[in-house]
Design a protein around this ligand. Structure first.
Ligand SMILES: O=C(CO)[C@@H](O)[C@H](O)CF
Length: 538
């Protein structure tokens, strides 16, 4: 990529404060990537002694990251950009993403320190005393089970909490993390004047003031009413007193928060008029980066399989998460996570296709769509969606069977994984529309036979996309969108010059009729599997 110095043209920055690294990407007005860089926390900031960017505490439940490491990473990456000759004066706007759910606790008086930081010093030297909690809880933490139970009880149960905030209580969600800090360290909580998410914390560093939480990342806290887009008083009160003034008012994700802090113009040569557009969570930013539109589904086929859905009228459930949509405040996005993803596919490949993807694909070609009515549930580890475990096989008469022939096993695995995805997406209110596109990414998305099953089960065309930098790229797109959003220009219009996803497969004629009855059977059998899993765990 040619550093911005050679480009006299305006450019836009996208940041991603993720778990293991800080990434930045610069794009020009034609949406071409003209610069990218990263700082890897473990490798480039060894003084913090993190592993994978985090500290896993001795209780094996508490997981944190040192907030000063994130500030120092920003100092390092800006120095790298400066020494590479990056022309900061051409940056017209920036936005960013942060790992979701993590929280930052600003000590009383920090706003003044942030505002007056001397441009003679790296930022981390000025703000090192600004955090009442030095090790921020992050999304990998699962130490707040008691706070989750208390919150659900206060709201009249898990389903009601889900209806209000888009999710039932989850240990990693920020409200429960704040409740834990308030109950275990009330003095620390009292010393805290502001609580940010990782995304709004990062925006604050550039703003030189406390940046507000955006609707989309705010939907991952168990605190925001996703319909009214306002904090839920019963949720706030159930977590900690005086929480609303510590959070500030949430804002639409496309909001322009203001010009960049003078610190950056003086120290790096940023244009004083460079606009900061609200930062958001990494998954909402990825939705923007993948340029998801109404009716689309993005499926990331990785260790765990993650679904990103664009939903008009969501029906929050006890699984999955409904978030305010980051690119259209009137609609929603949903996140669904299936823990038994590629590791499950690889185990069946090893056992039924002698470890070869070619043989695996041949097995899919040699068996008929619908697998002659054979259905399977493959959960080597406790599944999240739904909560069930074990391997469960059923023949066309719904009788449990202990084994399938190898090629039948392979098709049962793949059809089962994709039927589960369609069933649970539709339970959250997702609808397959005539214009629906499936955007597939991750390892298995390179296997056309697997994609053909995906396309047939959803009766929709499958496109493949590269999402390596989707959160960063999505943030750069949102920086451009923020400048025109007030004029009701959609993100899709702003980024129509970006490279189109590649069409990989289209549905086999008759797929919809074939899979409709199978989807119904699968949903019914899934209830049995959940019940058997629960009873066998007793
Ligand atoms: O917890 C998650 C989403 O709910 C993760 O995807 C984090 O956002 C990763 F940073």
């Amino acid at each position: 990529a040619v550093p911005c110095r050679a480009m006299a043209a305006p450019c836009y920055l996208g940041w991603d404060f993720s778990t293991q690294q800080l990434k930045v990407i610069a794009i020009d007005e034609q949406l071409r990537v003209i610069y990218e860089d990263n700082v890897h926390f473990d490798k480039d900031l060894p003084e913090f002694k993190t592993q994978g960017g985090v500290y896993i505490h001795s209780d094996r439940l508490t997981v944190t990251s040192p907030v000063l490491m994130w500030v120092k990473a920003l100092d390092v990456i800006l120095e790298k950009m400066k020494s590479s000759g990056f022309n900061f004066s051409q940056v017209r706007a920036m936005s960013g993403a942060g790992q979701q759910h993590g929280s930052v606790y600003w000590k009383k008086g920090s706003i003044q320190i942030l505002k007056d930081a001397s441009s003679e010093l790296p930022l981390h030297q000025s703000v090192k005393g600004c955090f009442s909690v030095r090790n921020s809880p992050i999304w990998m933490d699962s130490s707040t089970a008691s706070q989750c139970r208390a919150l659900e009880k206060a709201l009249g149960g898990a389903q009601h909490l889900a209806r209000v905030t888009g999710s039932r209580a989850y240990e990693r969600f920020t409200g429960n993390q704040i409740a834990k800090i308030y109950s275990q360290n009330p003095e620390v909580y009292k010393q805290t004047e502001r609580i940010s998410l990782v995304s709004s914390f990062a925006a604050s560093l550039f703003l030189g003031a406390y940046a507000p939480i955006d609707y989309s990342d705010g939907s991952g806290m168990n605190l925001l009413q996703i319909w009214e887009k306002a904090w839920s008083k019963p949720c706030l009160d159930a977590c900690a007193p005086g929480l609303e003034e510590r959070l500030g008012c949430p804002v639409p994700s496309h909001s322009v928060l203001g010009p960049i802090s003078p610190y950056y113009s003086q120290r790096y040569g940023f244009n004083p008029d460079c606009k900061i557009v609200a930062f958001t969570g990494d998954n909402p930013a990825s939705l923007a980066g993948m340029r998801l539109q109404e009716g689309d589904i993005a499926i990331s086929l990785g260790t765990s399989d993650t679904l990103f859905l664009w939903i008009q009228e969501p029906t929050p459930a006890l699984e999955g998460h409904i978030l305010c949509n980051p690119v259209d405040s009137q609609t929603y996005m949903a996140l669904l996570c299936f823990k038994n993803g590629s590791l499950m596919r690889e185990r069946i490949r090893d056992e039924c296709a002698s470890g070869s993807w070619d043989e695996f694909s041949k097995a899919l070609s040699s068996t008929v769509a619908g697998n002659s009515g054979n259905l399977g549930f493959y959960f080597d580890v406790m599944e999240i969606t739904p909560e069930a475990v074990g391997i469960h096989r059923f023949n066309r008469d719904n009788q449990k069977v202990s084994r399938f022939p190898k090629e039948v096993e392979i098709r049962a695995l793949i059809e089962g994984q994709f039927m589960a995805k369609r069933i649970h997406a539709e339970k959250l209110g997702y609808k397959v529309l005539p214009r629906t596109r499936i955007l597939a990414t991750g390892g298995a998305s390179h296997n056309k036979k697997i994609l053909q099953v995906l396309s047939d089960v959803f009766n929709a065309p499958v496109f493949t996309i590269d999402t390596a930098n989707s959160a960063c790229l999505g943030s750069a797109y949102r920086a451009i969108h923020g400048l025109v959003a007030e004029r009701n220009v959609s993100l899709a219009d702003v980024v129509k010059l970006a490279p189109e996803p590649r069409l990989a497969v289209t549905p086999t004629p008759g797929a919809e009729e074939l899979y409709r009855p199978l989807l119904k059977r699968y949903a019914e059998l899934e209830q049995k599997v959940i019940y058997n899993s629960a009873s066998s765990c007793l």
